[in-house]
Write a protein that binds this ligand. Structure first.
Ligand code: ATP
Length: 754
C-alpha cells in the first residue's frame, strides 16, 4: 500500500514554508468540497494532519488535539472524518479506489489518538513496473523488461551445481562429438579426391573411407545416446530439486500468504515452469557451451581454408541479425500472451473442478462447459496464431542464413572448374559451411529460449524468495501445554489496515469450555484462526500457560491442538490413515480407542474394509456425519489439551447430531475448549459464552446470566425461538431444517436453549 505518495515539489515547498513539519504519510483523494473530481492530497506530518486541495493547503489540524477519527464507507465512495475539540471535520472525500488507503490512514490516526504511534511502511502494490511502466507478468511482480536475466541464469547455474560431475561428462561428450564432426568433412574430401575422382584410387581405398565415415557416424550416434541419457538425468534432478524446494517453501508459508495465491498459478509454477527450466538446461544450457566452441572452431577452419569463401558464407548474417532483432520483442510478446492465456485456462479449470459439486447441484454444466471453452478457444487461437507466425518467420530466416551457401557454390564451383580447387575440397567446405549455418540457426532461436526460461525461472524464484512466515528461530519447545489461555489485548486484521479482532482480552482457565457467539462476520472464526496460529496477531499476545504463542514450537503446539471444523477434509487414503493424521505413530489400538470415543467405530466396522476402507478424494463416499465423526477421532487421537470445535455439528441431521454431541461431550472433558455454533442450544453447557460484536467482546457470562442481561445473546436466542416456532407452525411437525441441513447465522434449526 502506498502511504507516502509523491506530493510534488510545489506542495512540498508550501508545507515547508507553512512550517507544518515533515511529511510522514501522504495519500491522494479525488473529490473536493463541492463533490467535483479534483486532485487532492491528505498528509500526516510529525505535527499536523493536512488537507491539500487543488494544490493549496486547506484544513490543518494539530495532531495533539484529535479526539476521534473515522473512515466512513458510503456506496462507491467514502470520507475521512476527524473530530477536534468536539467539532467533526470532513478532511477528505474519495471514490472507492482510495478506500483501502484511507482505512489505513484511519488506523494511523487512531494510533496517534491512542498515543501508540508506529511507523507504517509504504510499499507499491501496483501491477506496473515503476521503472518502465510495463505490466508485471500476471500474478507476479516480475517485469519482463527490467528483470535481471543474467543474475537469474547465474542463480540457475548455482542450483545445477550438485550435478556438476554429470555436466562435466556431458560437456566432454559434446566436445568429443564436435571433434568427430570436424574430422568428418576431411574424410569426405579425401574419399572424393583420393578414391572417387583419383584414377589411381582402388576399391580398397574407397571401402576404407566408407568404413571410416560409418565409424564417424556410429560414434556420433553413440555419443549422442550417452549425452542424452546424462543430460536427461541432470535436468530431471534439477527439476526434482526445484519442485521440492518450491513445495517446501509453500508449506512453510503462512495461510495469509497462501490465500493470496491462485492454486492454478501455483501448480503451473511447480509443474510447468520447473519443467521448462529443465528442458532449457537439457537442450539449450548445456548445448550452448558446445555450440559456441563448435561455431568458433568451424569459423577458424573456414577462414584458414579460404577466407574469401568464408566471408561469402557470412554475407547475409548482418541482414539476418537485423531481422531477428526487430522481431524479438514481437516474438516475446506473442509467447507471453500465450502463457498468460494458458495460465488463465488452468485457473479456470481449477476453479470449475473445485466447484464441481455446486455446478452439478445447480445444473450449470452447460455454463461450466461454455466458461472453459471460451478460454480454451482463446488459447487455441493464440497458439495457432503464434505457430503460424513462427512457422513463417523462422523458415524465412533459415533460408536467409543459408543464402551465403549459394555464393559459395558459385565461387567455389568456378574455382573447381578452373582447377584451383578440388571437388573434395568444395564438398568439405560446404559441409563446414552447413555446420556454421546450423549454429547460426541455433543462435537465432536462442533469445526466444532464453526469454522463456528466464520467465519460468523468475516465477519459480519469486516463490523461493518469499519470506517464510515461520520464524522458527524464535520458537522454543514449551515444557507442558495444559490449556490455560490468555488473550492479551489482541488486535488482528487480514489486511493490516482493517482490524477484524480489536483489543480482545480474555482469560480462559484450564479445562474451561468457551462458547463463541455473535452475528455473522463478528470475528468468531478469526479468533479461532489466531488460536490455531494460522495467522499471527498484529498487536497484543496470546499466551498459553504464560508463554507467548509465537514463542512456542509450532509442531509441538499443533500436536496439543484438536480441531473439528464444519467441513472435515479427509485425505485420499484409508480411514485408519486419516485418523492417524494427527499422530502418525499411533497404534491400531489407539485408532480404535479414538474411533470409539468419536462414536465412529460401529459404522467403520460396517464398511466393507473396516478401517482399511479407502475414503477417496475428499472422502466423498462417506456421509457428512460419518466424515465428522472421523474428524473427531482424528482430533482426539493425540489427546490434545486444547480443543476447537467450529460448527462441528452444523452439517448433519438431528440423529447424527445426537451421536456427535455425545462424542463431543466425551471429547471435551478435561480439555480447554472453544466452540462456535450458530445453533445456540449446542452451547448451552459451556462454562462461559463470549459474545463478539465487530471483533470486540460485547458480553461474557453463562447462558443464564446473559439471558438475564437481555443483551445481544438474549436477542439471538429469541430470534432462534421465533424462527423455530415459525418452522413448527409451517410443518405442523418437528423442527424444520434449513436447506442442506445447515442453519444460517443465528438462524433456525434445533431447539434454542431454554
Ligand atoms: P460467521 O459466523 O459467518 O462464520 P464469523 O463471526 O466467524 O462469521 P469471521 O469469519 O471471523 O466471522 O470474519 C470476520 C470478518 O473477517 C468478516 O468481515 C470477513 O469478511 C473477514 N474475513 C474472514 N476471513 C477472511 C480472509 N481470509 N481474508 C480477508 N478477510 C476475511
Amino acid at each position: 500500500m502506498i502511504l507516502l505518495c509523491d506530493l510534488g515539489k510545489v506542495i512540498e515547498e508550501k508545507i515547508e514554508k507553512a512550517s507544518l513539519g515533515d511529511v510522514m504519510y501522504a495519500v491522494p483523494f479525488d473529490i473536493d468540497e463541492k463533490g467535483m473530481f479534483s486532485e487532492n492530497y491528505f498528509a500526516v506530518t510529525d505535527k499536523y494532519l493536512v488537507s491539500i486541495r487543488n494544490g493549496e493547503i486547506g484544513l490543518v489540524l494539530p495532531k495533539g488535539k484529535i479526539e476521534k477519527v473515522k473512515a466512513v464507507e458510503l456506496v462507491g465512495a467514502g470520507r475521512l472524518e476527524v473530530t477536534v475539540e468536539s467539532v467533526c471535520h470532513v478532511v477528505a472525500k474519495y471514490t472507492a479506489e482510495y478506500m483501502p488507503q484511507f482505512a489505513y490512514i484511519e488506523r494511523i490516526v487512531q494510533e496517534i489518538i491512542d498515543g501508540e504511534e508506529r511507523v507504517h511502511e509504504s510499499f507499491d502494490e501496483s501491477k506496473r513496473c515503476p521503472n518502465c511502466g510495463r505490466n508485471y507478468l500476471r500474478n507476479t511482480r516480475i517485469c519482463p523488461n527490467c528483470s535481471d536475466k543474467l543474475g537469474m541464469f547465474k542463480r540457475l547455474a548455482r542450483l545445477a551445481l550438485p550435478c556438476k560431475n554429470l555436466y562435466i561428462i556431458i560437456l566432454v561428450l559434446f566436445w568429443l562429438n564436435s571433434a568427430v564432426m570436424l574430422i568428418s568433412p576431411e574424410i569426405q574430401k579425401r574419399m572424393i579426391d583420393d578414391a572417387i575422382k583419383n584414377p589411381e584410387g582402388t576399391i580398397l581405398t574407397l571401402i576404407f573411407f566408407v568404413i571410416l565415415t560409418a565409424l564417424c557416424n556410429m560414434s556420433t550416434t553413440l555419443i549422442g545416446i550417452f549425452r542424452r541419457i546424462a543430460s536427461v538425468k541432470a535436468s530431471n534432478r534439477l527439476v526434482k530439486d526445484m519442485r521440492k524446494e518450491v513445495y517446501t517453501k509453500l508449506q512453510g508459508m503462512g495461510i495469509g500468504k497462501l490465500e493470496g495465491k491462485k492454486t492454478g498459478d501455483m501448480m503451473q509454477r511447480i509443474n510447468r515452469d520447473t519443467m521448462r527450466i529443465g528442458h532449457f538446461i537439457q537442450n539449450i544450457g548445456i548445448m550452448a557451451a558446445n555450440e559456441i566452441v563448435l561455431f568458433v572452431s568451424v569459423a577458424v577452419v573456414l577462414f584458414a581454408y579460404n577466407y574469401k569463401m568464408a566471408l561469402l558464407i557470412l554475407l547475409p548474417i548482418p541482414l539476418v541479425m537485423m531481422i531477428v532483432n526487430k522481431i524479438r520483442s514481437e516474438v516475446r510478446r506473442r509467447y507471453h500472451t500465450q502463457w498468460r492465456k494458458m495460465d488463465k485456462m488452468t485457473s479456470k479449470l481449477n476453479d470449475i473442478l473445485n466447484g464441481m459439486r455446486v455446478v452439478k447441484a445447480f445444473g450449470r454444466e452447460a455454463w461450466a462447459i461454455e466458461q472453459f471453452s471460451d478460454v480454451a478457444v482463446e488459447v487455441r487461437e493464440q497458439s495457432i496464431d503464434n505457430d503460424r507466425y513462427s512457422g513463417t518467420i523462422w523458415p524465412v530466416i533459415r533460408f536467409l542464413i543459408g543464402f551465403g551457401s549459394y555464393f559459395v557454390l558459385l565461387y567455389g564451383g568456378n574455382l573447381v572448374v578452373g582447377g584451383d580447387m578440388s571437388l573434395g575440397q568444395l564438398t568439405q567446405f560446404s559441409t563446414y559451411a552447413g555446420y556454421l549455418y546450423n549454429r547460426l540457426d541455433w543462435f537465432a532461436m536462442l533469445p526466444r529460449h532464453l526469454s522463456e526460461a528466464a520467465t519460468s525461472a523468475q516465477r519459480v524464484f519469486e516463490i523461493l524468495d518469499e519470506e517464510s512466515d515461520c520464524n522458527e528461530s524464535e520458537e522454543k519447545p514449551c515444557p507442558e501445554i495444559r490449556g490455560d489461555i490468555v488473550f492479551k489485548d489482541v488486535t488482528f486484521g487480514y489486511k493490516s489496515y482493517r482490524s477484524v479482532i480489536k483489543n480482545f482480552s480474555l482469560h480462559v482457565k484450564e479445562g474451561e469450555m468457551i462458547g463463541l457467539v455473535g452475528h455473522s462476520g463478528a470475528g468468531k472464526s478469526t479468533l479461532i484462526n489466531l488460536l490455531m496460529r494460522l495467522y499471527d496477531v498484529d498487536d497484543g499476545a496470546i499466551e498459553i500457560n504464560g508463554i507467548n504463542l509465537k514463542e512456542i514450537d509450532r509442531a509441538y503446539y499443533k500436536h496439543n491442538l484438536g480441531i473439528v471444523l464444519q467441513e472435515s477434509y479427509l485425505f485420499a487414503g484409508s480411514i485408519l490413515s486419516n485418523i492417524c493424521y494427527a499422530k502418525p505413530d499411533a497404534t491400531v489400538d489407539d485408532v480404535i480407542r479414538a474411533a470409539k470415543i468419536a462414536n465412529a467405530h460401529d459404522f467403520i466396522m460396517r464398511l466393507p474394509n473396516g478401517y482399511d476402507t479407502y475414503v477417496g478424494e475428499k472422502g466423498y463416499r462417506l456421509s457428512g456425519g460419518e466424515r465428522q465423526r472421523i474428524a473427531i477421532a482424528r482430533a482426539v487421537i493425540s489427546d490434545p489439551k486444547i480443543l476447537i470445535l467450529d460448527e462441528a455439528t452444523a452439517s448433519v441431521d438431528t440423529e447424527t447430531e445426537a451421536q456427535i454431541q455425545e462424542a463431543l461431550t466425551r471429547l471435551v472433558k478435561g480439555r480447554t475448549t472453544f466452540a462456535i455454533a450458530h445453533r445456540l442450544s449446542t452451547l448451552k453447557n459451556t462454562n462461559r459464552l463470549v459474545v463478539l460484536e465487530e471483533g470486540r467482546i460485547a458480553e461474557v457470562g453463562t447462558h443464564k446470566e446473559l439471558m438475564e442481561r437481555d443483551g445481544i445473546y438474549a436477542g439471538l436466542v429469541k430470534a432462534q425461538r421465533t424462527m423455530n416456532a415459525m418452522n413448527f407452525n409451517a410443518d405442523e411437525g418437528g423442527p424444520r431444517r434449513g436447506p442442506g441441513g445447515r442453519r444460517g447465522p443465528g438462524g433456525p434449526g434445533g431447539p434454542p436453549p431454554r
